[in-house]
Design a protein around this ligand. Sequence first.
Ligand code: AMP
Ligand code: ZN
Length: 456
Amino acid sequence: MLKLYNTLSRKKEDFQPIKKGKASVYACGPTVYWFAHIGNMRAFLFADLLIRTLRINGFETKFVMNITDVGHLTDDADEGEDKMLVAMRRDGKTAYEIAEFYTEAFMKDSSRLNIVEADVYPRATQHILHQVNMISELEQKGFTYKTQDGIYFDTSKLSTYGRLSRQNAEDKKAGVRVDMGGKKNATDFALWKFSPEDVKRDMEWESPWGKGFPGWHIECSAMSVEYLGAPFDIHTGGIDHIAVHHENEIAQTQGAKGVLQANVWMHNEYLTVDNGKMSKSLGNLFTITDLEERGYDPIVYRYFMLGAHYRTKQNFTFEALDAARNALNKIRNTVMDWDDPDGECEEFEKRFLNALNDDLNTPQALAVVWEMIDAKLPTSAKAKSLLYMDQVLGLGLKEYVSKEIEIPKEVQKFIDERRKAREGKNWEKSDEIRDEIAKLGYTVEDLPDGPRIRLV
Ligand code: AMP
Ligand code: ZN
């Protein structure tokens, strides 16, 4: 039985799908004003892990991930400068060009990390009407009011407001000093923002309330309902979304549709770097491209992520990433020598699945993988079971199990040179070349029947 931790109940629960054998999942996707950093990618790898786990349990999944391509203000309290405008100034592009560029970059990062594709990637800019319609529904039901700068959701009108973060509007008021603008309650939030009169925005639309653009939260309520209905099964995101974004999504959907938006709400903990927050000013904000430029295969980052449970903080260091690379290469090197997949290691498969089904316990699942690799069992059976497990691990092990690795041309050139050096008994040169090969990530072992190439 698959158990998942539900932030709503603060408990691990047996997963009970709404429709037998099916699972509908909505993951809050990226904001596309900049490259996703490796912390953001933790959120998407977590959604990927969930989908793969549902699938290995036999569920047919419908997976929706939104792309936030409308400009929004820099913080949750609807304050600060519009992120899209900041990006436009920085990159010298239009809002639509920025969104297109970073959406594509995000898709590339996802595929390099072997993240499963969503069935739909709805973009906020392409669903303005859905958002306007939902705001109209909220208006008709008396949940909205108008201020100088927009249409707001009145959180005091919804008795269940705060059920996810377990804070009511009163709690939130205490302790937070916010500039209320024209808001009635500190927790109220914008559904529609009016365009400033003197500014022509790249992204603005007509609406029953005047020209403007939607608030951030409404896109996820409107698009999840459009593609998955309400309620749907599981909604995911990073823990920073609990208090505001997801609370407000729940409020909007409850207000407009009269139902709980999703039954299960799951949140990944943060990735820290050097035990602190990532930030550009500290120079520790890395993207997948940064890791690649430092010579890491993105799948190494994927392996690294599997080493921590999604609900624990995970700390990123390059030492930890090196350890992940060594471990992954050890698996790859080992399985290359295995016989063709045949049979299965039933016990290990069961234990692997049990670990995952215990709220996606990947550290435990990895421990089972290693135990199986080291077990004295036929390598053909281990190969078959490892490929079964890799449906969730997503490490691309199919390319390695019982296979000779493809050697890059530049490495092959060194290998040939080294062979010549050895034929001429030039051992010194041979060793030098071996070091060059190691710099490219390979080792050469001299076996009686010729050199054997492995990964370092
Ligand atoms: P954003 O593009 O800013 O909306 O963020 C995309 C996702 O990344 C959201 O689900 C965030 O909660 C999540 N996220 C942001 N920073 C981190 C971090 N350091 N570690 C893990 N998840 C994060
Ligand atoms: Zn969202």
